[in-house]
Design a binder for this molecule. Structure first.
Ligand SMILES: [Cu+2]
Length: 438
């Protein structure tokens, strides 16, 4: 590939993108909009309405088996693709909890191992324009929504459907007389976007227990122009050892703006240290909490995790509501500043929209990737960026078509509700330490 292809079509696509937000009336702030105020919001201020506010065409709401429901608005950007706003979870019989203000993809960065090609699929390769028309069979049991994609036309491209997940829980009763068990259901919202020869299934999964999953599945075809049998950076496909598909990475970034319970969030990091046993003893573990008060480029580590904590909302037990970031398997790519870290917490700015090749017009010297925006600011309204990488060394099975390979993460509720939100009524009293026998 040539330099021309390397970060291709950036200027033209960026210019088109500036006016390309569609969907509800609540499109992202215009590039160059003033920075949001950094003064923490007093808790006495009125909170935004919990339920999604958008016209029915842009609203997704489902009550799942067991009575939990999810509610959100969607819109579409020709760069980010599907954007979800005001994502709200209501546990069965409980009050609605605002989980996410906005959730979306923030880049798919694809560097080839030989250095010959490097794509920013969202802002440099037309991801949003590649929205695919889905047939009803591709959205089984669900609803397809139509997106008006500029220069493309009407695309039936947003699927919302439900899918069985298997056991939500199982517990044999103490008496042996019965089993408490429930089969769980998820709401799935997804699009398929074609970029070159690849097709990306971008999926959001909302479980009845309050968990959210975000996954990108890559399918379609390997790039036919990225083969090289001579440099040792590929894998032989086809007969013998003539054609080597060049290995490459898919570094997928998501951007999450929580606003748990409609307020300001705090970020916490947890690390656990294990001490080996002494003598005949057992190993012990000490867990330490670190408040992340300033912008951070975070690195995954053994026994390390982060959570987003509501500054205002508490569950019925008086515990602050939070969501834990649970990364899936990842290959962290050392090749660029923005790919070197696994999670970023930045002070929210309207212009900071894409993890690389940003098109938000942050101004001269501001940098165009998320790593540059981690510069010591105090976090009052954090944006969360998750980077999950996949180093794709092709295999014979990748043709043809290429089986979907998935990468993603979960957001797991942690004290969002006082108990398992799916607890059956006859176990509802079992909260806290059970009485012990003497
Ligand atoms: Cu690949």
């Amino acid at each position: 590939m040539t330099d021309l292809h390397r970060r291709r079509a950036r200027g033209i696509l960026a210019a088109l993108a500036a006016t390309a937000f569609l969907g509800t009336a609540t499109a992202a702030a215009a590039p160059g909009a003033p920075t949001p105020p950094t003064v923490p919001r007093p808790t006495a201020q009125p909170r935004p309405p919990v339920h999604a506010v958008c016209s029915s065409a842009y609203r997704i709401t489902r009550t799942l088996d067991g009575g939990a429901s999810w509610d959100m608005c969607w819109r579409y950007s020709t760069d980010a693709g599907l954007i979800l706003d005001r994502v709200t979870y209501r546990p069965p019989g409980g009050a609605a909890v605002r989980v996410l203000t906005t959730a979306r993809l923030a880049q798919i960065h694809v560097p080839y191992d030989d250095g010959g090609a490097e794509y920013d699929d969202l802002t440099g390769a037309g991801f949003g324009w590649g929205l695919q028309d889905l047939k009803p069979a591709e959205c089984p049991g669900g609803t397809l929504s139509t997106v008006k994609v500029p220069e493309v036309g009407q695309v039936k491209g947003v699927c919302a459907t439900t899918r069985a997940r298997g056991h939500a829980y199982r517990m044999a009763s103490d008496s042996g007389a019965g089993v408490h068990q429930a089969q769980a259901e998820d709401l799935l919202v997804y699009t398929v976007n074609k970029v070159g020869w690849y097709e990306y299934i971008s999926e959001w999964r909302f479980s009845s227990d309050g968990t959210i999953g975000a996954n990108v599945g890559a399918t379609g075809s390997l790039s036919p122009v990225d083969y090289n049998a001579t440099d040792g950076r590929g894998w032989p496909l086809g007969k013998g050892a003539r054609g080597y598909a060049t290995s490459h990475a898919h570094n997928v970034f998501w951007k999450l703006d929580f606003g748990l319970d409609g307020g300001r969030d705090r970020i916490e990091q947890y690390d656990s240290a294990v001490t080996p046993p002494v003598g005949d003893g057992s190993p012990t573990v000490k867990t330490r909490r670190t408040a992340v008060t300033r912008e951070l480029a975070g690195d995954a580590a053994n026994m390390r995790w982060w959570r987003v904590v509501s500054g205002t909302g508490k569950n019925a037990d008086g515990h602050a509501r939070s969501y834990e970031i649970v990364p899936g398997r990842t290959d962290t790519h050392a090749g660029r500043g923005f790919t070197q870290h696994d999670v970023y917490f930045t002070e929210s700015r309207a212009c900071e929209q894409y993890a690389s090749n940003n098109i938000g017009n942050c101004g001269a010297g501001a940098g165009d990737s998320v790593d540059k925006w981690v510069n010591g600011e105090t976090l009052t309204k954090p944006s969360v960026w998750v980077n999950i990488g996949f180093h794709h060394i092709a295999r014979d099975e990748d043709q043809q078509p290429m089986p979907v390979h998935w990468q993603g993460f979960q957001l797991a509720p942690r004290d969002a509700t006082a108990m398992n939100p799916l607890t059956p009524p006859d176990l509802a009293s079992q909260n806290g330490q059970p009485p012990t026998q003497s």
